[in-house]
Design a protein around this ligand. Structure first.
Ligand code: AP5
Length: 224
């Protein structure tokens, strides 16, 4: 099989991280989340983290030049040689163009761009109930995917917390930024024949099934 290079697109809280983790387990390729990478930089107090924090806390986008350099470095690591699942990158047309240019240089192509489509009011419900494992980022939802024990991660026993940017006023800002800056990527990838629309409103298992089916179709078309 040739390399499997997937992009997940969707509003904040659509379930990109939830699904990326499942796809990682299915296909054995890394899931690369620019949001997780930025949060790790903030936690470690790196120069990048210091620059990114104010943008993230206000629900805005971190400038393209910082993100493109960070993502480019990650994509060149050995574990991404057979493929990758990008979650939260690209998020602007400039980032998508930079990714295209990098892949061209590496002689690689995008297999599919997968839109997880969820209406804004559902996104707000998902984000307000999200809880994240403080040690390893495992994801839960207080109603839809609750941990066995309140406030404790099933996987490693760590504390579950709410993200700083999951406050209601910041979520509204993030949604606005998504519609203005990221939604245009749907047309961008449509034009290249790469866009697949996935109904993201069902259960995580159902959304996962839709994604698997869309990836299988994209791979078949790739082979023709
Ligand atoms: P990032 O971390 O990428 O946040 P996001 O895109 O806003 O997405 P989320 O992580 O909030 O949601 P998700 O779609 O992964 O949903 P999840 O699976 O957690 O970015 C954060 C910030 O970093 C940005 O605002 C920006 O400042 C900066 N940044 C990052 N990348 C950048 C870039 N490329 N350029 C510039 N700036 C960048 O699910 C949500 C909840 O719903 C969970 O509780 C989950 O359990 C639950 N859930 C999932 N699926 C379902 C389902 N089917 N049914 C019911 N509940 C579900």
């Amino acid at each position: 099989m040739s390399d499997l290079n997937l992009i997940l697109i969707g509003p904040p809280g659509a379930g990109k991280g939830t699904q990326a983790d499942r796809l990682r387990q299915n296909f054995g390729i890394p899931f690369i989340s620019t949001g997780d990478m930025l949060r790790a930089n903030v936690k470690q107090g790196t120069e990048l983290g210091k620059k990114a924090k104010a943008y993230m806390d206000s629900g805005g986008l971190v400038p393209d030049d910082l993100i493109v350099a960070m993502a480019a470095q990650r994509l060149e690591q050995d574990d991404a040689r057979d493929g990758f699942i990008l979650d939260g990158f690209p998020r602007t047309t400039a980032q998508a163009e930079a990714l295209d240019a990098q892949l061209r240089k590496l002689g690689r192509t995008i297999t599919a761009a997968l839109l997880i489509d969820v209406p804004d009011q559902e996104v707000v419900k998902r984000i307000s109930g999200r809880r994240v494992c403080v040690a390893n980022g495992h994801l839960y939802h207080v109603d839809f995917e609750p941990p066995k024990q309140d406030g404790i991660c099933d996987e490693d026993g760590s504390e579950l917390i709410q993200r700083d940017d999951d406050k209601p006023e910041v979520v509204q800002q993030r949604l606005g930024v998504y519609h203005e800056k990221t939604a245009p990527l749907i047309a961008y990838y449509d034009k290249q024949g790469l866009m697949r629309h996935i109904d993201g409103t069902g259960s995580p298992d159902r959304v996962h099934d839709h994604l698997r089916a869309a990836i299988a179709t994209a791979l078949r078309e790739d082979d023709v």
